[in-house]
Design a protein around this ligand. Structure first.
Ligand SMILES: [Zn+2]
Length: 258
């Protein structure tokens, strides 16, 4: 017996998640995570937990739409999509394999976080949302090379452990979440925190929120649907930025009346 509601078709669930994944790419691309055509966001497939949908190769994050995404299984086979997958898919596959709680992964090379990754410093919360990262993030320093081989992905995944993100020496960041919204917002807030730390260091030696207060503060800030509210805000800001382009496209599609 059903629950009285018509069952959603697998196709529509996939379409919905692809739209959200493309949005996540464009949000991060316009919020400081673009590094030419590098960096990628993925989501575990809603139809098969051993597959993922991920940004395809060849475009910036800020240029991604639904048909630029590819589906890859955890045997490293491309299932669907017109683009090639990125070489660094072992980051995603090996973390999904190890962390059943993870449903979305961001791997990017944002300027401030990447510069910070070269310093071996421990990230401390210097701003409000920084308390999200008060428990020091793991630091992957076994190598600084791109993660092209499954064994490298496994090493990174082991370093990540049960954390929400890992800083990769001289490379960038990998951030995980239970949903596209959570992984995207956490990646956005991680770069924001490190950028704030950079500015604080220009002013002088920064003080940070201590561990006890950080826990209480995180509870206050991220109580309820705060992650969803930040995601909704980022979506609205992106729509505002993209609106002039959409109007122009609609005008160009209109037939001449004269
Ligand atoms: Zn990379």
């Amino acid at each position: 017996m059903g629950d009285g509601h018509p069952a959603k078709t697998a196709r529509s669930a996939e379409e919905e998640i692809k739209e959200k994944l493309a949005l996540a790419c464009r949000i991060l691309g316009t919020e400081g995570h673009d590094d030419m055509d590098l960096g990628h966001v993925s989501v575990r497939s809603p139809d098969d937990p051993d597959r993922m949908i991920i940004k395809g190769k060849g475009l910036c994050l800020s240029e991604i739409h639904e048909d630029d995404l590819v589906t890859v299984d955890f045997n490293y086979r491309k299932i669907d999509g017109r683009r090639d997958p990125h070489g660094e898919i072992p980051i995603h596959i090996e973390i999904y394999r190890a962390r059943k709680d993870v449903h979305s992964i961001v791997h990017t090379h944002p300027l401030y976080a990447t510069a910070f990754s070269a310093t071996e410093q421990i990230l401390r919360p210097v701003n409000n949302e920084g308390v999200l990262f008060a428990k020091p993030l793991p630091y992957f320093d076994e190598e600084t090379d791109l993660i092209f081989a499954p064994a490298q992905g496994t090493s990174l995944s082991e370093k990540l452990g049960d954390a929400k993100a890992v800083i990769m020496k001289n490379h960038g960041i990998t951030v995980v979440g239970e949903s596209i919204e959570q992984a995207t917002v956490n990646a956005y807030l991680l770069e924001k925190t490190i950028k704030t730390l950079f500015v604080a260091k220009v002013f002088g030696e920064p003080k940070w929120t201590d561990d006890d207060e950080a826990e209480k503060k995180a509870d206050h800030i991220f109580r309820g649907n705060r992650i969803q509210a930040i995601w909704d805000t980022l979506v609205r800001q992106l729509e505002l930025r993209e609106r002039p382009l959409r109007i122009l496209e609609a005008l160009l599609l209109q037939p001449f009346s004269g």
